[in-house]
Design a protein around this ligand. Structure first.
Ligand code: NAP
Length: 295
């Protein structure tokens, strides 16, 4: 139910996939939007989105798609953001609310600066902390953001009313909205989301390259399933996220490999205290997190 008072006449969604599709489904369910124009890469995906009722109209040209929209949401992979900003910059009306859903924020803001020069007052970068390992509009659903957090990283130019409207947009989807500094967002997300994806991809790849990989996967149990689920995420999306947040991520990966080396040494030497300490500390931390996560 939309109790935020938000009412969008025409929303332009550029990138009608899992996140963008779920966002507009949720806005429709909340009766917060009248008309949705979808823009993207392949005609086939946009046709599917229209058949599913996720968008009302198709406009493949980003500059034409933003015309007359009161809200523009960009939900393409990070590597595609620059071209989209460049294409819409000359066509965007001054009072349009512009937001994105990219998983790293400094690179998005840099791309917007390059395209716009002075950042528009209506631009409020955002990142929903929700998703699945699936991609595409077929995987989108209205409940994706319910009870989940959305981080807004306003720029120095973002106006108070644009920030308030972006908040209302996500609240209408059932999300809890918080604000964060751009570089702080990228550091926090490198640790909580980007690093775990690197570990999952790297573990599954290492095992898959072994000669006995078939047997390993045949006998893999629940632990492997839980740990490896996110390695089915879209490779292009994660390629783009890794490059966009490479400095923060590389530092964490280096720190993690040093810890792994210590663990390997402790295992080889049978250092029982070291192993017990690590596992006990980690279990306590994970149990505390579980309580917080299910609150
Ligand atoms: P997705 O399901 O693959 O959707 C991406 C959409 O963008 C697709 O419709 C795709 O079109 C379109 N697209 C791709 N390249 C394009 C280009 N060069 N120009 C125009 N459109 C293009 O991906 P998603 O999971 O929704 O991710 C979208 C954004 O959300 C990314 O920036 C990601 O970092 C962010 N995000 C993702 C998650 C998550 O868990 N998935 C969570 C939070 C934020 P086609 O149909 O032609 O491929």
């Amino acid at each position: 139910v939309n109790n935020t008072g938000l009412h969008i006449k025409r929303l332009c969604l550029i990138g009608v996939g899992l996140i963008g599709g779920s966002l507009v489904r949720a806005l429709r369910r909340a009766d917060a939007v009248d008309e949705i124009v979808g823009c993207g890469r392949s005609r086939a995906s946009l046709e599917t989105a229209r058949e599913l009722g996720v968008i009302d109209h198709i406009e493949p040209d980003p500059a034409k798609a933003v015309a007359g929209a009161d809200v523009v949401v960009i939900a393409v992979p990070l590597g595609a953001m620059q071209n989209i900003f460049t294409a819409i910059a000359p066509a965007l009306a001054a009072d349009t609310l512009l937001t994105d859903v990219g998983s790293a924020k400094a690179s998005v803001v840099a791309a917007a600066k390059k395209a716009f020069g002075e950042l528009p007052a209506g631009f409020v970068p955002g990142h929903p902390i929700a998703g699945t390992e699936k991609s595409g509009v077929q995987a989108s659903f209205a409940e994706l953001f319910e009870g989940r957090r959305v981080i807004l990283t306003p720029t120095a130019q973002s106006s108070a009313s644009a920030i308030a409207h972006t908040r209302a947009l996500w609240q209408a989807c059932g999300a809890e909205v918080v604000e964060m500094d751009i570089s702080h967002h990228d550091e926090v997300l490198a640790a909580t989301s980007h690093l775990p994806h690197m570990l999952a991809y790297s573990l599954v790849d290492m095992l898959a390259r072994r000669e006995d990989s078939q047997e390993i996967f045949d006998y893999a149990a629940g632990g492997f399933r839980d740990f490896s689920r996110i390695a089915s995420s879209d490779p292009t999306m994660w390629h783009d996220i890794t490059l966009a947040n490479r400095e923060a991520l590389a530092s964490l990966l280096e720190q993690f490999s040093m810890d792994l080396q210590k663990l390997a040494a402790a295992a080889r030497e049978g250092d029982s205290d070291y192993l017990r300490n690590i596992f006990t500390r980690a279990k306590q931390a994970r149990d505390r997190y579980e309580i917080k996560d299910t609150r």
